[in-house]
Design a protein around this ligand. Structure first.
Ligand code: 1HN
Length: 345
């Protein structure tokens, strides 16, 4: 493609006259906003190790009372986006949150969608629109846009979880805001028991929160399905599950997609190159991940992110299966007609 003229090729007075009228010439910036053939991501391959995060998070527990934090979180920020922008990828926010015994993170609701993936500890719960969802290691709990949610802790050890939100996108759209609320009345426990093996309740009433029939996806169940897939001789390719709305089969949230992969001991999975950036988090086991020219060793509770169109290899060097949670921007890109894949190089 043709090299285009730069700002320096224009007379200074001309440029300053443009500026005074809030005008900008397109051509000096055209190749930045429309790079040839593929995007130039700001997202950098980055890994965060739990052994580094945990002591700092526990220290935050001593330094800042929950009343002064509302949510006690250390954000996993991608240096390619500038740490202060709190982005793991262009649209995905990641944070590790700590709740100590007897603490309470008050009820609120906001426009960004959130999920939490439970990393460590027992005894805590999230109440979402009156449904109390207990937290156990590996569980996925949804707090979709506009639903009231609060966290409590009746146990006796620190509980840590990974928050995943579409905050960077919603903030960019100038659509991000929160409302505070009163303590919720608990009306029931999570509705997981309503859904089993292709059996769903017949819908003959108007739903309170249509679109989010299931709020807690139990890791015990997800792991069982992954193990069954791996043991099934007829199953082709890596054992992988998607977290979906059990009534429609669609992605469980509108913007970020959630899935999990099982890597058998010594299994190597070469992912296709995707237009959607991705996040990987080790639920159990360990893995070696190659993202373009970067290599990371990830253990239990470690997290990494990969930019769009990255070439990614997942390798389980251990003797036990590895279970990896994946978050990606695919639902958003598909809705916008922007999703594509490329052959590996
Ligand atoms: C939020 O509501 C939670 O409810 C956690 O636990 C992290 C980060 C940004 C905005 C809202 C929570 C958040 C958040």
């Amino acid at each position: 493609m043709e090299q285009l003229a730069t700002l320096e090729d224009l007379p200074k007075e001309y440029v300053s006259t443009l500026t005074q009228s809030n005008l900008v010439p397109l051509w000096p910036s055209l190749r930045n906003v429309l790079p040839p053939n593929q995007p130039i991501p700001q997202t950098q391959a980055t890994a965060w190790h739990f052994k580094d995060i945990k002591p700092l998070l526990l220290q935050a527990g001593e330094l800042t009372p929950i009343e002064k934090a509302e949510r006690r979180v250390l954000v996993l920020a991608n240096p390619g986006h500038g740490l202060e922008n709190m982005k793991a990828t262009s649209s995905i926010y990641l944070g590790m949150q700590l709740l100590l015994p007897n603490e309470w993170a008050p009820s609120h609701r906001h426009t960004p969608n959130a999920v939490r993936l439970i990393v460590e500890g027992t005894g805590a719960y999230t109440t979402v629109e009156g449904q109390k969802c207990t937290m156990e290691h590996g569980d996925l709990i949804l707090t979709p846009s506009g639903l009231w949610h609060e966290h409590g802790h009746d146990g006796d050890e620190p509980v840590i979880w990974l928050d995943v939100l579409d905050l960077p996108l919603v903030y960019y759209m100038e659509a991000s805001f929160v409302e505070g609320g009163d303590v919720q009345e608990v009306k029931g426990t999570d509705r997981g028991h309503r859904y089993a093996k292709g059996i769903v309740p017949t819908v003959h009433f108007v739903r309170e929160n249509s679109g989010y029939p299931l709020l807690r996806y139990s890791w015990k169940d997800a792991k069982q399905v992954l193990d069954a897939l791996a043991a099934d001789a007829a199953h082709q390719g890596p054992a992988q599950i998607s977290y979906v709305n059990p009534e429609t089969g669609e992605d469980c949230q509108k913007i970020i997609g959630y899935s999990a992969i099982r890597l058998a001991p010594k299994e190597v999975v070469q992912l296709e190159r995707r237009s959607a950036a991705q996040v990987f988090h080790v639920i159990e086991g360990q893995m070696h991940i190659d993202i373009n020219a970067n290599t990371y060793e990830l253990s239990r509770s470690d997290t990494a992110c990969a930019p769009c169109f990255a070439q990614i290899d997942l390798i389980n060097n251990g003797d036990e299966p590895a279970y990896i949670f994946v978050a990606d921007e695919a639902p958003l890109q598909k809705k916008l007609g922007l999703y594509s894949t490329r052959a590996r190089i």
